[in-house]
Design a protein around this ligand. Sequence first.
Ligand code: CO
Length: 166
Amino acid sequence: MALEIKKFNSPVLRKKTVKIESFNNKLKETVLEMKKTMIEKEGVGLAAPQVGISKKIIVFIDMEKQEVKELINPIVIQRGRKKDIKEEGCLSFPGIYLKIKRSLFIKVKGYDVNGNKVEIEAKEVLSRILQHEIDHLNGILFFDRLSFFKKIKFKIKNRGFNRYIN
Ligand code: CO
């Protein structure tokens, strides 16, 4: 069964997450549940706070390799200077798509579910997904990445939304 997705007004989405210290069976179970949930909801990425778990876990789809992967305690170690603007969605903001500027290339390090060190060089779509999900681990939502004027326009267009986002 899929886990419940926390929506934009949920405080857990704004909390800073804690590092995973032990790669035990509970972690494996959580990662598996998160992957199932992401697939069921047809997302391309999911961060633990979105299912109410304030820990540094993300899962995502690597389309190039056609694999569903996890990354534990991920850190961005390199960020390309070239950026592009593309539309993004977020399972915590159903039906909302925003054009967000992100680096085309990033290098991320972290661990897999078994505690093995992993380094990923990601470009384009995967780079975007990883930046979006790692932002979640720092309490940052995609809306925060809009430029000042776009934020204001969005707020005017979506009045009911205003009190949930800063
Ligand atoms: Co999201």
